[in-house]
Unconditional design. Structure first.
Length: 388
């Protein structure tokens, strides 16, 4: 029911400037936007159609209002889904993560959390609290069912109880992208000490779950003696495809991320030279060639690094003009995001580059001294090598 896509750790908390296409905001919970996908209306319509005969049986004579009752139940049901997702959000905030949004969609809900669990314990509790909330809501509704009047109210309370208990139990199945997959990931991570091994194991659990879902309509007839309908095959295909796609993406991502430590800025950095901002471009190029340097750093009058020469901009300046233009004309001013420490690991490196896109970055030692220049093209090439 809940999705919590892996995000690159070390990325700074940021709130999306715009909502995802096809969603609209209906409120906030714990400081996070609550969004509804346009696909939710498809679910509401389907629920209204499926429940219409049962509503007519419980409360005859409603006419078209029986569909309104179905939509009302869909709203109540997704209110419990929102509680499930909100519990993920509250637990994530408890551990210091920013939650940008909670989205309700066709297959349930998704909580967008900035960053990733730093320990197996955090992974476990952020994941398991959702199913536990659904089970608690289901148990409360089941208890309430014995005291509420019959009719539509009794039908709604009973449906809410069964739906939440089912969602809570199914979400504990140990396979990504279900919450139970993250619980399994936390366990394997705790035992092996490797988060990527945990993700891969949970991804395979998700693939097995997807295969079982696809076979479920056949199992209905073999084990329960119930003849499957066309809708059973359609739903099994949609849910199975969702699970298989999410699990496969997690496996692929984890395999790549396991190799990311190979992206070491100290190895990828280019030797650099430092020159005054007002130095003629031709002289700056001559000094770089003489030092066999692949990067040029400009210095402010106070001797502090001020900018990085952009290689593309440099090559665009004709040879005959280079003696007459200052090197500062082809530099990018050093914004905070362009200064990186040379000892950051591969995932932090990719997070930093994604946050502040540029073609060159200044690499610094822990004491603030200059180590060299990191060129994005070199990082991309190393990433491609690590991905194969």
């Amino acid at each position: 029911m809940a999705e919590h896509p892996d995000r690159t750790p070390g990325s700074a908390p940021t709130r999306s400037a715009s909502r995802p296409a096809g969603t609209f905001k209906v409120g906030t919970i714990a400081g996070s936007d609550v969004l509804i996908s346009s696909t939710w209306f498809i679910v509401a319509a389907l629920i209204a159609l499926v429940l219409a005969p049962a509503v007519e049986e419980v409360q005859p004579g409603l006419g078209a209002l029986k569909y309104v009752a179905g939509v009302a139940f869909a709203i109540v049901l997704y209110g419990s889904v929102l509680l499930h997702e909100a519990s993920h959000a509250v637990m994530a905030k408890h551990y210091g993560f920013q939650v940008t949004s909670i989205t309700l969609h066709f297959l349930g809900g998704m909580t967008s959390i900035e960053g990733e669990a730093r320990t197996p314990r955090q992974e476990f509790w952020i994941a398991v609290v959702g199913p536990l909330t659904s089970i608690a809501v289901g148990a409360a509704a089941a208890g309430l069912w014995f005291v509420v009047p019959g009719g539509l109210i009794g039908m709604a309370v009973g449906g809410l109880a069964s739906a939440n208990l089912l969602v809570g139990v199914l979400n504990l199945i140990p396979g990504l992208p279900l919450d139970g997959g993250r619980v399994l990931k936390a366990g394997v991570w705790r035992v092996t000490g490797n988060r990527h091994t945990g993700s891969i194991a949970a991804g395979w659990g998700g693939r097995v779950t997807a295969a079982l879902v696809l076979l479920w309509p056949i199992g209905m007839e073999v084990f329960l003696g119930i003849e499957p309908q066309v809708v059973d095959f359609v739903l099994a295909f949609i849910i199975g495809l969702f699970l298989w796609t999410g699990a496969s993406a997690s496996i692929a991502t984890s395999k790549v991320r396991a190799r990311l430590p190979q992206l070491r800025p100290r190895i990828l950095a280019r030797r650099s030279v430092m020159v005054p901002e007002d130095l003629p471009l031709a002289e700056a190029v001559r000094r770089a060639q003489e030092a066999q340097a692949g990067g040029v750093i400009t210095l402010a009058p106070n001797g502090e690094p001020a900018g990085l020469v952009n290689e593309a901009a440099l090559l665009a300046v004709p040879q005959e003009r280079r003696p007459w233009v200052p090197v500062s004309s082809v530099t990018r001013t050093l914004e905070p995001g362009l200064r990186l420490f040379a000892d950051i690991d591969g995932e932090q490196l990719l997070a930093a580059i994604t946050k502040t896109p540029a073609t060159e970055y200044l690499l610094l030692e822990a004491d603030g001294s200059v180590f060299g220049v990191l060129v994005t093209a070199d990082v991309e090439a190393a990433f491609q090598r690590a991905s194969h």
